[in-house]
Design a protein around this ligand. Structure first.
Ligand code: ADP
Length: 477
């Protein structure tokens, strides 16, 4: 496969020939080297996007839609290849990687349809000789900066609507997982998306980011990543007053009331916590379980967790792959040690899993009872397979605990009481609520956070606002 970067329809190396190495986190094998691009190549990518922008915006939405559908179809055809590549560079189990490719395609398909429905308005005027029009037009070049935990879906979730709305793009994937991005770029070429509409630069994150945000031809930044980098990019984006979508960190509470259906809760808890080895921004971070079912929940959750198999994601039947880096494993260890030193009880895991012939980057799925607010894992994102649980007594108490976070991305709660469903859904200060649901993400819904989890919504009809400007035409007839 191609391992160079796509700029203006051609594949290029770094000007000075420098490269970054991409490793398999499960084995430490080098998978490929990709260009280490900096300011010069980023400028070339912006030039290419700029040259393509007017024609792409002028193309009827129905034609843009055809390209997106074709890109989705070619990804579907190549699912096995793309999923294997993703597991090799990111580590998640192959079944999850296949799921992510399907999820990634769903954003392209949704955007292909929704792009045809980016309507304006005709608004009643106050005088007989005037007409008021509100038109939606593409914002222009969109910069797309994505993280390593969902190497394909985080790109298409932005790329789909950007292209559908008539924006050209410069994509900067994460250093650890550029190969999925480049593979999507190859397919964009194969289906004939015009040169310059999709550009990819890998390399020096700070130099690429600064160059993108310093250039006034770039009009939009959509970023998924950490709150700290989001804050920095927001500062840099103030120079050109960019339109921003920032999907940042999360710290999701997962609340189980006494009246919940525990079969459903345990399944949802496993999926919500241990998907991608807990390296997901909407993963459950803090479990709060009401006193009446606390012991039963812990016993059932621990039993299921201890059955999860840890290993190389390419092996069928593996549930938990490696963590992305040595630093990620150290952070998990630090959080678990901190929690146990402050009184948490280990009900499962709490140790590395060493597997012959594989890298030392595997951590056992872990359940800790007796979480208290002073523990690091109760405040900071652990980003690993660790489930800490605390007991609570009343609804009012748990709402307070759940909302006591600087983050506001996703929250989950489980109850069979209809009135409580409404009350709690409304009281939780989070952008995404899973009510009896541990897996709320889907292409047609508005995904995004509040507070330090950022702003802007991806998915559904709502994302179209992020890539369009509303232009008002006052027309005297
Ligand atoms: P994570 O903790 O998930 O790695 P980061 O926020 O560090 O999150 O990274 C998300 C994306 O932001 C990656 O593509 C990374 O390369 C990029 N990034 C990191 N620092 C900068 C920066 N200073 N400017 C632009 N992009 C950056």
């Amino acid at each position: 496969m191609e391992t160079r970067n796509l700029i203006g329809g051609t594949w290029i190396d770094a000007e000075d020939g420098s490269t970054i190495s991409v490793h398999n986190p499960a084995t430490d094998d080098e998978l490929a080297v990709v260009p280490e691009h900096g300011a010069a190549e980023t400028r070339q990518a912006i030039d290419a996007a700029w040259n393509a922008q007017a024609d792409w915006a002028a193309l009827p939405a129905a034609n843009r839609s055809v390209y997106l559908s074709r890109l989705g179809a070619s990804m579907r055809r190549d699912t096995e290849r793309l999923a294997t590549l993703m597991t090799m560079e990111q580590g998640k189990p192959l079944a999850e990687a296949r799921g992510e490719i399907a999820y990634a395609i769903s954003f392209l398909e949704w955007a292909a349809e929704e792009g045809k429905r980016v309507y304006g308005d005709i608004v009643p005027a106050s005088s007989a000789d005037k007409r008021i029009l509100a038109l939606r037009q593409p914002v222009g070049i969109a910069a797309i900066i994505t993280p390593w935990n969902f190497p394909a879906a985080m790109i298409t979730r932005k790329l789909g609507p950007a292209l559908a709305c008539g924006c050209t793009t410069v994509i900067k994937p994460a250093e650890a997982t550029p190969l999925s991005a480049i593979a999507i770029g190859e397919l964009a070429c194969e289906v004939g998306i015009p040169a310059g509409v999709v550009n990819i630069v890998t390399g020096d994150a700070a130099a690429i980011g600064e160059t993108l945000l310093d250039d006034d031809r770039v009009r939009k930044l959509s970023f998924t990543g950490s709150t700290n980098v989001g804050r920095l990019l927001m500062k840099q984006a103030s120079k050109n007053l960019l339109r921003l979508s920032l999907e940042l960190g999360g710290h999701a509470p997962f609340i189980v009331f006494d009246d919940a259906n525990l079969d459903l809760v345990v399944d949802a808890a496993v999926a919500c916590k241990f998907r991608n080895a807990g390296q997901t921004c909407i993963c459950a971070n803090r479990f709060y379980v009401q006193a009446g079912v606390y012991d039963e929940f812990n016993a059932r959750f621990a039993a299921v967790i201890s059955e999860l198999s840890v290993g190389n994601g390419l092996q069928e039947g593996v549930h938990i792959g490696p963590l992305i880096s040595d630093a990620a494993v150290s952070k998990v260890e630090e959080h678990v040690e901190d929690a146990t030193s402050l009184g948490a009880n280990v009900l499962a895991g709490a140790k590395r899993v060493r597997i012959d012939g594989l890298a030392d980057r595997f951590y056992a799925p872990t359940l800790l009872a007796g979480m208290t607010p002073d523990m690091k894992l109760c405040r900071e994102e652990t980003f690993g397979p660790v489930a800490p649980v605390a007991r609570f007594e009343t609804e009012a108490e748990v709402i307070k605990l759940a909302n006591a976070s600087e983050y506001g991305l996703a929250a989950y709660f489980f109850t069979r009481d209809g009135a409580r469903l409404w009350r709690v859904a409304e009281a939780l200060e989070y952008g995404i609520i899973g009510a009896n649901d541990g897996a709320p993400s889907t292409a047609q819904a508005p995904f995004g956070g509040v507070k330090h989890s950022g702003f802007g919504r991806e998915g559904g009809k709502y994302v179209m606002d992020e890539y369009t400007e509303l232009k008002y035409v006052s027309w005297r007839i």
